[in-house]
Design a protein around this ligand. Sequence first.
Ligand code: NOJ
Length: 533
Amino acid sequence: MTSTHPWWYDAVVYQVYVRSFADGMPVPGDGIGDLPGITARLPHLRDLGVDALWITPFYRSPQKDHGYDVADYEDVDPLFGDLADFDTLLATAHELGLRVIVDLVPNHTSDQHVWFQAALAAGPGSPERARYLFREGKGADGSEPPNNWSSIFGGPAWTRVPDGQWYLHLFDSSQPDLDWRNPEVGDMFEGVLRFWLDRGVDGFRVDVAHGLYKEASLRDQVLPKETKKAKGRKKSQPESMVERTLRDEPMWEQPEVHDVYRRWRKVLEEYPGDRMAVAEAWTQTAESMAEFIRPDELHQAFNFGWLGTPWSAADFAEVITSSIAAVATAEAAPTWVLSNHDVVRHPTRYGGGPAGIARGRAATLAMLALPGSAYLYQGEELGLEQVDVPPEARQDPSWFRTGQPGRDGCRVPLPWSGSAPPYGFGGADGTQPWIPQPDDWAGLTVEAQQADPDSTLAFYRRALAVRRAVFKGVPDATTAVAEDEVLVIRRGDVTVVVNTGDRPAGLPDGEVLISSGPLPGGVLPPDTAAWLR
Ligand code: NOJ
């Protein structure tokens, strides 16, 4: 928080999952969140005390992967509003002192994108097909996929088209991968960057930043023996639907991808106001994550190692120490993230129920003391837990491809007010949200929690205000150790303690600046964190 750093260096960024934040149009609402809904609720983010919001994709899209299947990168989907609504959102955010980061999806387009439609129409060998990864199949009649790669969402990563060729899709079959070895692709995305920079956005979150380039031969992947975990997987590496292990990966982390980010960095630097980009890169190691944030590449990368760490002082200490060390080699600052729209919400990961909520608050307090930038996911400030969405209401493409529950449970629309669904989410005529909300969320609405000083919302507001006041100008140097089951973090003259054990622990000397829960009798109860000076 020193004034010499650009705004993003230590920013707290709030992730808005556009479908599930607030439904503002058409009045009285269709049960799907949208841009006018976000604009109307921006005061919530100002009052929370965040510096910026990152908005998930709102571009024209058939919504097969809820916007991560883009049909037109330079327009707003009518479901979410129009470009004028975006301009209003951006201007209102800036008036409130909030920066705006938008999502960029460069690994794949939607199958409805004009390029893919043209590729289908033009046929094998055409320049239109050369923008994607079309190949002949294997076997005498070409009826087997060109290689053995699997889709992240389950099933083969190849789909055959009527003329017999196959196209690659590392995600859903509606999300064909682009061929970044074709210069037209890089030129197109430079245009997209400039389109949103010219409109005034402050930055980009880069989807699947470790993808884009595939090994040119598109050879088979050498698969580890069945489901055996590969050697070298750290405990801190995340358990997620996109979990990967140290193994042969000709589809990820190819060296050529870094040239893309060098080009983008130059574009970003042409614009005033410290425009930035943050990588969503599920890399194999913290060290290879740091390659994405070398001084001439992207500014930040999500630290998924922190997100994947279990509730353990020793594991927290290890991941904090290794994350800080890894980014130091890149001359960058770390980021910290506990939840997002792709993973189980962190109170649920930590066991759920009152203990899970208490642990979630404690982990958040630890995170907010660390150097660098923190990313919050909508609803964590309300203590929302993962919802068990009934099968008939599930919409995640991975559910349809694998039969696994998928990610809908962390995407349930936010409760704002009232005592029954839709809890003020929108739809004044009683229209229900696109995923049903639980019946027992009345106590979790923003309205209910802002009246209660002990609520999770009140805690988040306090924590963000105290972070601003306490760490302003404090150098980054930080240590983290586990003393038995207590995590002890030291930064400047502040000591942070987190009790991950099941017995009360002693509190260090000093004035308590904030705690994640009550400190009865001057001790640190289990599942509780405190900052002291
Ligand atoms: C990562 C995004 O966070 C996820 O939601 C999406 O499904 C995939 N990338 C594919 O774009």
